[in-house]
Design a protein around this ligand. Structure first.
Ligand code: G4P
Length: 528
């Protein structure tokens, strides 16, 4: 009989992060191909047009825009392991849901376009990974096309995100004539062969250095010299630095032609950590073998219009989840029967009967469960909430047709609970004109779209003069309300948020009146 610890040991739970168009969708599909979850053969990997609607995108808006807004979880077997790939929203702006997904992952794979490097808009995302000290594996994609020099890219990663990029493989052949990679661990040349449309695994041949020199000539010698240089630069893999988020093992490849995909997936298995026991809010560790526990990292309503439901996605932290077990919602103490538990791959749902640490379970109709909440079985535990970010974008929302106010109100409350946007209210005007606050402006687009299409409440957003927010308390709120350039609004849970027109003004206030409570929201939002 298997145990939760044994099952955890063979799991790898990670997320892919990238700038849009760097190749995340393509790489995800290639992982599925190598995991055997997509059968080989012509036509198995869907043409791009179909792919948009067929794989992990299901929201209407995503299909219209061709972007992935909602995250999905893909589970597939690889070697003797079970891989859980958490999909992060692929849009341009950083948003809070990406951060929440990372809280449920044990490692991240960063995909960069070799011709673009690290692009400014996604820098914040990578900084978050760095701040979380998450193990990060880098895949430099599109090596089949002209791009930056490999060394330049390594340097950029170190300069911009402060993580040392240590190549595990090194490209052989210039961009446009990509022949394979040197595996620095063995010194061998791994030669790739293209297949039609990349629909099947790219054949790989392991070639000894001697043969590589004879067959590839100068191309091989150049790569070999560069690899020697890497050694003198100290760019060798160090497990401790990797696990602490200081060093990123780096791979070169081309997701489109499957070059380097297997080596990358092998690295996820061999290098990325398996789920380990997580600490609770008091710092006590919940053993993997303890009874079931997990926390919600995402709540999503109306994923499927024909279902009209609400799913809470839970990462399992300990024990064995068995469908049908009655678990306790730590925040309310209420029991919750897990009769309808699913694993959700895009729009496809499968009932999940068993899940282990590192796995993700979707609980249908978990009405009270909010992002960050814990559920447990038999022995109580509460995990730390997921820190939230100080919003940087603010808009006032008003319903266009006052006859739809009820729908507007319901929609706003739902989006708030899901964490699509933060909803801040003035005690005087209440729900008439709430302020929507976000980390990235795309969150507003999603909110507006969903209010109109799901709740039948078209809204108008108008700009505000706010530029920065801080959490405060009742005592400080009284003082702040009397000042100019500051407003204090409340969240549904009673948390008070001070909004400032100017960062400069906030800085001055912090310096002049240190007794005021003005906390950056990033530091762990226990209020939820
Ligand atoms: P994303 O999810 O990160 O947004 O990226 P996605 O996989 O959708 O890839 C974006 C574009 O980059 C796609 O081209 C895709 O085919 C291409 N691409 C991905 N990996 C590679 C690679 O290794 N080499 C090259 N040369 N291109 C790659 P598209 O024009 O948008 O679509 P399509 O018509 O080519 O399918």
């Amino acid at each position: 009989m298997t145990t939760p610890a044994a099952e955890a040991a063979r799991r790898r739970t990670f997320a892919i992060i990238s700038h849009p168009d760097a190749g995340k969708t393509t790489l995800t599909e290639k992982f599925l191909l190598y995991g055997g979850a997509l059968s080989g053969g012509a036509g198995a990997v869907k043409a791009r047009g179909d792919r948009r609607s067929a794989t992990s995108d299901w929201m209407e808006m995503e299909q219209q825009r061709g972007i992935s807004i909602t995250s999905t979880v893909l589970q597939f077997p690889y070697r003797d392991c079970v891989v859980n790939l958490l999909d992060t929203p692929g849009h341009r702006d950083f948003s809070e849901d990406t951060y929440r997904v990372l809280a449920a992952a044990d490692a991240a794979v960063m995909v960069l376009d070799a011709a673009k490097g690290i692009e400014p808009q996604t820098l914040k995302l990578f900084e978050v990974v760095k701040a979380r000290q998450m193990p990060l594996i880098t895949f430099i994609n599109k090596w089949d096309r002209p791009g930056y020099e490999a060394l330049e890219l390594l340097d950029e990663i170190e300069q911009k995100i402060g993580v040392v990029a240590a190549p595990v493989t090194w490209p052989v052949g210039i961009a446009g004539d990509f022949r394979g990679v040197v595996d620095r661990r063995s010194g061998d040349f791994i030669r790739f062969t293209r297949t039609a449309r990349g629909a099947t695994e790219a054949p790989e041949e392991v070639v000894s250095p001697e043969r590589a020199e004879a067959e590839e000539g100068q191309t091989w010698l150049t790569a070999r010299d560069e690899v020697e240089l890497l050694g003198t630069m100290g760019l060798d893999h160090d497990d401790e630095l990797f696990l602490g988020g200081e060093m990123s093992p780096t791979f070169f490849g081309s997701a489109l032609t499957n070059f380097g995909v297997r080596l990358l997936l092998d690295a996820v298995i061999d290098l990325a950590p398996a789920p380990s026991a997580r600490p609770d809010i008091d710092g006590a560790v919940r053993d993997l073998g303890a009874p079931f526990s997990g926390f919600a990292f995402k709540v999503q309503a109306n994923m499927d219009k024909s279902h009209r439901d609400r799913i809470a996605f839970l990462r399992v932290n300990s024990g064995t989840f068995e469908r049908g077990m009655v678990v306790t919602h730590a925040d309310t103490g209420k029991p919750f029967a897990t009769k309808y538990a699913h694993s959700v791959n895009g729009a496809d749902r499968e009932t999940v009967d068993l899940a282990y640490p590192g796995d993700v379970v979707g609980l249908v109709n978990a009405t009270d469960v909010r992002v960050g909440d814990t559920l447990w079985f038999e022995s109580p535990v509460t995990f730390p909430r997921i820190p939230s970010f100080a919003p940087e974008y603010f808009s006032v929302a008003r319903v266009r047709d006052t006859g739809r106010f009820k729908q507007f109100r319901k929609g706003i409350a739902q989006l708030d609970e899901e964490g699509v946007v933060q909803v801040l209210r003035d005690p005087d005007t209440g729900d008439q004109a709430p302020v929507l606050a976000a980390v990235g402006p795309m969150q507003f687009d999603v909110a507006v779209h969903r209010l109109e299409n799901e709740f039948g409440a078209p809204v108008e957003l108008s700009p505000t003069t706010y530029s920065v927010a801080r959490r405060t308390d009742a005592a400080s709120a009284a003082a702040l309300r009397s000042m100019r350039g500051v407003d204090v609004l409340g969240k549904a849970d009673g948390t008070l948020i001070a909004l400032f027109e100017s960062v400069y003004w906030l800085d001055r206030l912090v310096a002049d009146q240190p007794e005021l409570t003005l906390e950056s929201l990033v530091a762990g939002d226990q209020a939820g």
